[in-house]
Design a protein around this ligand. Structure first.
Ligand code: ADP
Ligand code: MG
Length: 334
């Protein structure tokens, strides 16, 4: 059973066949749930856990962990077009290690201040190290950008530089040399992801569908396709449009750069779809925010395969590796 089958089988809302309560605008299945507020806003709420040995190596810099634990949650708010408000911190620690806690709190509050999120509660317990944050945000009612809004004919866009975190992990595990010109930047991307909050908000009214890339571009793209309305969609990705050059310039072997970009997790870039008429406006927005936005393909009515790669020579191929799944046979950190 994979991660998503498990959620579906055991945790799909048993009351889903009843009419939803009026306060519930969106339940399980998107980057965040949406709850109605009374004053023309909706609350976006999301929760993510980082577990030692699974999401981070034992001995990881606690300041970076503090930053990342919050950043990955704020990224899910960004993926809805929401603005962060508060967050809750559930901390499980093997011991009360003061230097560790000081550094962790420094990283956590640096991220919180930068993005205007306030710590409003949590829980503290002893056990194997795990960090869970529940983040809250607000979005004008009806304006959140859902995974389900994609349409045939939409362009497919991705923000920033996906692939860096997977290459950073390869450097950290010794699979790529730390002397490569891109190594420092890749490790920074792995340790201190930047939630794309400004972009998420500015895409309200422009993007039709959006999610954040936490488990790999293709794997998360598949989630977006699965949630689109019938008669369903196929994504055609133009390999020549992928932002591969900066990774190769940083010293990544081209095949490895391609695999990292398409299947590597932990980047927290935004993947979104929009009408071709919005191209100029989106490129302008990227320039204004100082964040490159790449148009990497388009959505067409469903064919036999949900995702097709169009190689630079025009050949059509099928992607081999998808994304990360916690309950599939997969590697753990050593
Ligand atoms: P993301 O990567 O954006 O954090 P996930 O892939 O972790 O999203 O989860 C997919 C969806 O399933 C989300 O809407 C999430 O809230 C929901 N979900 C995950 N685990 C559970 C659970 N144990 N019970 C209910 N819903 C869950
Ligand atoms: Mg997400």
């Amino acid at each position: 059973m994979n991660e998503f089958a498990l959620i579906e089988r055991f945790f799909a809302d048993p009351a889903a066949h009843e009419p939803p309560p009026s306060w519930l605008r969106l339940g399980i299945g998107d980057d965040a749930a949406l709850l109605a507020e009374e004053n023309g806003w909706e609350t976006a709420i999301t929760c993510d856990t980082l577990v030692e040995g699974r999401h981070f190596l034992a001995g990881t810099d606690p300041e970076a962990l503090g930053w990342k634990a919050l950043a990955v949650n704020l990224s899910d708010l960004a993926a809805m077009g929401a603005v962060p408000t508060g967050f809750l911190l559930a901390l499980t620690l093997p011991e009360a290690d003061e230097p560790w806690l000081t550094a962790f709190a420094r990283g956590l509050f640096a991220c919180a201040r930068r993005h205007g999120a306030r710590l409003v509660g949590g829980d503290t317990t002893r056990g194997p190290r795990a960090l869970t944050i529940t983040a809250l945000g607000r979005v004008p009612a009806g304006e959140a950008i859902l995974r389900s809004g994609a349409r045939a004919g939409d362009d497919l866009w991705v923000s920033g530089q996906p692939g860096r975190a997977a290459l950073g992990l390869a450097v950290r595990l010794g699979a790529l040399p730390s002397t490569l010109p891109g190594a420092r930047e890749w490790i920074d991307a792995l340790d201190r992801p930047e939630p794309r909050l400004a972009l998420g908000c500015r895409l309200r009214g422009l993007a039709h569908a959006m999610l954040d890339v936490s488990d790999g571009l293709l794997g998360d793209l598949r989630h977006l396709l699965e949630r689109s309305a019938p008669p369903f969609l196929t994504a055609e990705i133009e390999v020549a449009r992928l932002p591969l050059d900066p990774l190769v310039a940083g010293g990544a072997p081209p095949e490895r750069a391609r695999a990292a970009l398409l299947s590597g997790g932990d980047d927290y870039e935004l993947l979104f779809t929009a009408a071709p008429e919005s191209r100029d406006q989106i490129l302008l927005l990227g320039r204004e925010l100082g964040l490159p936005l790449s148009r990497i393909g388009r959505l067409v009515p469903a064919t036999a395969h949900p995702m097709v790669l169009i190689e630079p020579d025009g050949r059509r191929t099928l992607p081999e590796v998808l994304g990360y799944d916690h309950f599939c046979a997969c590697k753990e950190y050593p």
